[in-house]
Design a binder for this molecule. Structure first.
Ligand code: PLP
Length: 361
């Protein structure tokens, strides 16, 4: 399918102060948009970012058929580019395309062609490449999403949808250690539910518990399993890793854990660096004991937004589970991921996609 490109005549780019970008509030000039009607995706296009007229009966607003993805485009580092221009890169975009479609299937929504997903990202990023902040550690955050826009009152799958990608520049991100609250009352997901889907409703349900955790002085919720409130699942928008006695463990993908692309990549990187990584059920008791007997060496969260977030403490009822103050392996993995994403380190896994590389016609 041919992507039509219509450029704005009034770019906001020159008003942007790249040293001071309010997080998540600044949007680029254009969006990628594609409509689903009559059983097919049609009119893929890049056009000026604008409001979208929405019928008050649009089904996403009532029944929640809405899913999203999150990814980043980085610039090839100035050193690597040399005298050439610094080209924009994408990190494993086909993984996001596959996951979007897994979410779509779970939520009764149409799949989006995976090659068009990647080509749409490339087309948008190419038009917006001036919006990628040049400083090390910055990126253009990309938010692909799909929702039901058919006006209809009644419970069934919608028949018309929009798939859109918007972009938001993000300044250098410095991971500060986070404190988690292990939640014993509220749950995020159960096997058979929608926890594996990046579905909007999952995040709506997490807002209240997160506010409660914040009021207690914690940054984010650590979700436990729905039945016993014992098995660790993940954090807000991150998967979680622990280093105990020199070895890494992370919860296995049991149907209630989101399949993080950073998680998958970190497992590969840790193994590449010679660590043992085991995906298995992990209880909060086990982490408490490891902290008590001094074998809990590191803990960190993994996700596109933050890369690696070092975990300093986990509140669990009246107990505070202390993790180490330093995270040498987590930091090394974070630095390696950043280096791969900017071409400073060889892309031995073949993760990076250059936005300027066109698909063969
Ligand atoms: C998006 C997300 C993650 C992280 O996924 P990445 O692909 O690594 O960004 C983890 N958990 C939840 C609940 C998420 O929504």
């Amino acid at each position: 399918m041919n992507i039509t490109i219509t450029k704005t005549t009034t770019s906001k780019l020159e008003n942007i102060d790249f040293d001071n970008i309010p997080l998540g509030r600044t949007f680029t000039d254009h969006m990628f948009i594609c409509d689903y009607a009559d059983g097919q995706w049609q009119h893929p296009r890049v056009e000026p970012l604008q409001l979208i007229p929405t019928h008050p009966a649009a089904m996403a607003l009532h029944y929640g058929q809405a899913i999203f993805e999150g990814m980043k485009s980085t610039l090839l580092s100035a050193d690597e580019a040399g005298s050439q221009r610094r080209e924009p890169l994408l990190f494993r975009p086909e993984e996001n395309a596959t996951r979007l479609n897994a979410s779509a299937r779970r939520m009764g929504m149409p799949e989006f062609p995976e090659d068009l997903f990647v080509e749409g990202l490339k087309a948008l990023v190419e038009v917006e490449k001036g919006w990628i902040p040049p400083a090390d550690g910055s990126a253009l955050y990309l938010r692909p999403f799909m929702y039901a826009d058919e006006p209809f009152i009644g419970m069934r799958a919608a028949t018309s949808f929009k798939f859109i990608i918007i972009a938001s520049p993000a300044g250098p991100f410095f991971s500060k250690p986070v404190k988690l609250w292990a939640e014993k009352n509220y749950i995020r997901a159960a096997a058979g539910g929608t926890g594996e889907a990046k579905a909007a409703g999952n995040y709506a349900a997490a807002i209240r518990p997160t506010e409660i955790a914040k009021a207690k002085g914690y940054d984010q919720v650590l979700w436990l399993d729905a039945h016993e409130h014992t098995y660790i699942q993940e954090v807000g928008t991150m998967n979680i890793f622990f280093k105990i006695n020199g070895q890494f463990i992370t919860p296995n993908l049991d149907g209630a854990v989101l399949h993080g692309i950073t998680r998958k990549s970190v497992i590969d990187l840790l193994k590449h660096k010679g660590f043992t990584v085991t995906e298995r059920p992990i209880t909060i008791h086990e982490i408490f004991e490891a902290s008590q007997n001094g074998t809990l060496e590191e803990a960190f969260g993994t996700g596109t937004a933050v890369g690696i977030a070092y975990i300093q403490e986990i509140g669990w009822g009246d107990d505070a589970i202390k993790v180490s103050e330093t995270h040498p392996v987590g930091k090394d993995i974070n630095d390696t991921l950043d280096a791969i994403k900017t071409g400073k380190e060889a892309d031995v896994f073949g993760w990076m996609v250059n936005v300027m590389d066109k698909m063969p016609a």
